[in-house]
Design a protein around this ligand. Structure first.
Ligand code: KIV
Length: 290
């Protein structure tokens, strides 16, 4: 649908219309996400960690690109999200913001860079906006970081919350486990979601939360919920792109693979190696005569 025929407030045109340049380009802004929720229009979000994939997802019409601290285990080869630094996040966020034309780019505040005070959260968020060109930041936690969210949003920086299974607390949570099971835990999680909204967050990620609880939170909040392993009722969905595209040996049960890019790359690398060994590559057309 081109922007000309799109009702005001709907997410700016993306995907085919954008790729074919049939629609004037409009950036996705945080208010578009809230308007999308009001209209019952689902929000799409994927992680991105570098320029080439960001360019592809942007042109494909993905509304939000998350430069997740999952860059740590998915790209940098670490065992968890904990080792990634603010400098790592700035480098990867810059690559993504430099490549997109439409998508809203959200950068994660890494472990240890925001928890100790609202001032620390503000200082790190400012670095991601100023040095990396992020459009918004995300950090983990509910009521314990509500003041941090307030401080950062008051400074004009949009904040996305993250509740449920929060990977930076993996050791405290006892591993990758569904959160919010049972009445008490569900109540705590709902209170956290409300606290984030009151503190000024523009959206909240719900990770590994039972679908009925995610549905209740989605109904209660006026800001959008973005689910990952939280069922179909959330206002949007996010996946780690390597899980979505078949780039990993293992992917979580809640992820769906839409391609087998890992297998395609393996075949390409094998074919290249075979050509080099046989002398078929480089051929004349790949060679400078003089
Ligand atoms: O870092 C990340 O990839 C995330 C998503 C799982 C939401 O926070």
């Amino acid at each position: 649908m081109s922007e000309m025929t799109t009702p005001a407030g709907t997410l700016p045109a993306g995907g085919a219309a954008h790729a074919e340049h049939t629609a004037p380009l409009r950036r996705v802004r945080v208010h578009h996400l809230r308007e999308a929720k009001e209209r019952g229009e689902r929000i799409t979000m994927l992680t991105a960690y570098d320029a080439p994939t960001a360019r592809i997802f942007d042109a494909a019409g993905i509304d939000v690109l998350l430069v997740g601290d999952s860059v740590s285990d998915n790209i940098l080869g670490e065992k968890s999200t904990l080792p990634v630094t603010v400098e790592d996040m700035i480098r990867h966020t810059r690559a993504v913001t430099g490549a997109v034309r439409r998508s809203l780019v959200v950068a994660d505040l890494p472990f240890g860079s925001y928890e100790s005070s609202p001032e620390q959260a503000h200082a790190t968020a400012v670095r991601l906006m100023k040095e990396a060109g992020a459009h918004a930041v995300k950090f983990e936690g509910g009521r314990r970081v509500a003041e941090h969210v307030h401080k950062v949003t008051q400074a004009g920086i949009p904040v996305m919350g993250h509740l449920g299974f929060t990977p930076q607390s993996e050791h405290a949570l006892g591993g990758k486990r569904v959160q919010g099971r049972g009445d008490d835990a569900a109540e705590q999680l709902s209170q956290d979601a409300l606290a984030l909204q009151e503190a000024g967050a523009f959206a909240v990620v719900l990770e590994m939360v039972p679908a009925p609880l995610a549905e209740r939170i989605t109904e209660v909040l006026s800001i959008p919920t973005i689910g990952i392993g939280a069922g179909p009722a959330c206002d949007g969905q996010v996946l780690v792109w390597l899980d979505m595209a078949g780039m990993t040996d293992w992917s979580p049960r809640f992820a769906k693979q839409y391609a087998q890019i890992g297998a395609v790359l393996t075949e390409a690398a094998r074919a290249y190696a075979q050509d080099v060994r046989s002398g078929a590559f480089p051929a004349q057309e790949h060679t400078f005569a003089e």
